[in-house]
Design a protein around this ligand. Sequence first.
Ligand code: ADP
Length: 435
Amino acid sequence: MRLWSRELWRLGLLAGIGTLAGWPFSAPGLGLATGLAICLLYHLRQLHALHAWLTQAPRAEPPAASGLWGELFDRLYRYQKGQRLAQSRLRSTLKRIQESSEAMRDSVVMLDHHGDLEWWNSAAERMLGLQASHDRGQHVTNLIRDPRFIAYFEARDYREPLTLPSPIDERLILQFQVTLYGDDERLLMARDITRLHHLEQMRRDFVANVSHELRTPLTVLAGYLETYSGVAEQLPPRLARGLGQMQEQTARMQNLVNDLLLLSRLEIDRGGDDHAPLAMDALLESVRRDAEALSGGRQQVRVEIEEARRLIGSESEIRSAISNLAYNAVRYTPEGCHVTLRWKPHPEGACVEVEDDGDGIDPVHIPRLTERFYRVDKGRSTASGGTGLGLAIVKHVLLRHGGHLEIASQPGRGALFRCIYPTDRLSTPESITSP
Ligand code: ADP
């Protein structure tokens, strides 16, 4: 403020002196104009100095000046210095981040809010074939064109990673993970999981082959045991008992081998060839009949249909999933309980529910129920003919149909298994051509 009033004083003084100097010559106006012109010239000179400084040598010391101009130059100089410091700090942080990303073995690609490439590390050049010379600014789906990647990228649901072969080398198996950050920007990471993928494939093939190889000897054993059981009454009682147990265990092994083979098939082949709109009322009714036969009148099984749309899927796989849930409901509930098979609408699309009013399951077990061979009560599961693979099969069938399983249960209050299918898996009654 002090500088401002000094500046105003200076202007007033020059105007006054000019007017007074012009007075004796009867030209006070001319004097005033001369005073103001001197003032204007001074300011123009300072403005020129400022312009020359900012355009020619902005990093140099500011021009020497006093008063308001001096203050202005000083402040501008300090501001510029601060900005330069902040910029250089930012640059070095960015450089450090880029250097650490560069050292990573995983691909890191930064995308802007349109999904265009902004920056990537050298691993991304190796794994995804990105080229600094002409890929910057390109949309990511122009470079990774696999429809599965495009669907994953556009769905914006990045909770689960996506596994795909590299776009430049089919033998390289990559796991993609996208993270949203900042102003709708995305970070795409890709990991090379080729070794893990091969190991997993070997494990699946091994289980499938062993199960397959066991099938024939087991069929032969079961066949002979069946034949011998026809003459069991001629055997001493101890041998006859042994024969009965051998038959039981062989049947158990056969069930186990069949479930293992089914699970391997669900994991190995992609499926989709036999997908058709399924009449859920007929399907649930036929599962109900089988479940009732298994129950032998100990439980009551009923069907409720509240949804008109059909589910598009593989009949054998969907039947196997619902049967597994229905048989579990029969096997794990006491006599006199009720089991309901339901096909009904759901906010995500539609769902099959299998509900019972049996003893229920302690919630601590629920997160692990779909793991292979996980049983709440091993003795009871084995006694009831369970293989420990039922819910794992259900989970895989659902995965292959874009769905997921929800389990709700409280001890003593029964259990509810809900298989949820998304809308794009449903067909409206009008669009059905074949039953
Ligand atoms: P299992 O062949 O042993 O039945 P599953 O994978 O089908 O294997 O089921 C896993 C476990 O979940 C079972 O051992 C059982 O303890 C429990 N379970 C499944 N369904 C029910 C149900 N409706 N009520 C109570 N427990 C159940």
